[in-house]
Design a protein around this ligand. Sequence first.
Ligand code: PLP
Length: 392
Amino acid sequence: MDINQLRSETKSCNTTIHFNNAGAALMPDVVLQTVQNYTTFEAEVGGYEAAYLRDNEIKAAYAAVARLINAKVENIAFTSSATDAYNRALSSIIFQSGDVILTTESDYISNHIAFMALQKRFGIFVHNVPNNAEGEIDIADFERVIKKINPKLVAVTHVPTNSGLVQPVIAIGELCKKYDILYLVDACQSVGQLEVDVEKIHCDFLSATSRKFLRGPRGIGFLYVSDKALALNLEPLFIDLAGAIWTSEKSYTLIKTAKRFEDWEFNYSLVLGMGVAAAYCVEVGIKNIENQNKILRDYLTSQLQTIKKVKDIDIAPHLSNIVMLQIENYDVLAIRNKLYDFKINTAYSHRTSALIDYTKKNVQEALRLSPHYYNTKQEIDFFIEKIATILH
Ligand SMILES: Cc1ncc(COP(=O)(O)O)c(C=O)c1O
């Protein structure tokens, strides 16, 4: 990997030390230009006309995202965010009172809130499987629970927002296949930093955003929908004219592809931006990204050991590039803000964003660092120097 070359392709690398890739990464210049140019084009020729004239590029965006996760184009729907993608998938499952959603204690906050909303409205049950002593889902335990409660849906977040944990989504997918259970994977934090291959994961739905480790623009995400889910005629609760054809006064027919899960209206500059970001990621190479990220993570955590007041709270056999730091007796939000003065971007996280996990770990608040392959060891050194000064 030629890091200098890659950094030269993102101008903002020269001015910002960005350790908030789990929030929203720095876009490569080519992504930014794509978004800006398309918006200019819309202003010149008209919004609908721009989409007509640039239809090939729009199609290429679907192809790029499909390729990124080893899917077919027909199985990809674009959405306005990862949560939007997730909730569309969730809303397509016809829950009856007493049905069970099997999930994990580390699943994303909004997913848990959506499950509770379903619980309130439809009388379903939510079963949270805890992580084992190593910090991840224990597959034998998960299978025992599946056999006992026969869930309607298994819903797992690949990489949680507030820990370095990487859940064994492939092994969980094998169980879902074995017991023929619908499987929804939240890959919001893994797409762009880890290999995400829907064939290997064997999921029915997979949701993600563009803006995080994928390095695309904000305001767009995508949903993968399996052939099985399409054949089951699953449809989002509020389907619009993009997903269905109004065939008679009292009926509509579903679109055959995953576009069934889309809205008609889109910001196409973001569609093209996400497509270019996906193609850029494939070109850099996900294995290269994984390797480089591991180097950065290991370096960061080793350097952090020199700062006694900071504790790395991640425990898991496989770790991603999300690094959570507990800094007891300090105002973590104030630390994040002080780091801004040095043009160092990190993120603040509160117990309520990972309620079960943080309660177990006895964490009230934490500082999140999420370096990505375009960051450097020099930037980490600079961060270490500054945090040491702030905590002196
Ligand atoms: C694991 C995970 N899932 C889902 C989301 C939600 O993504 P979005 O804000 O695009 O809806 C996030 C955002 O931080 C996340 O970290």
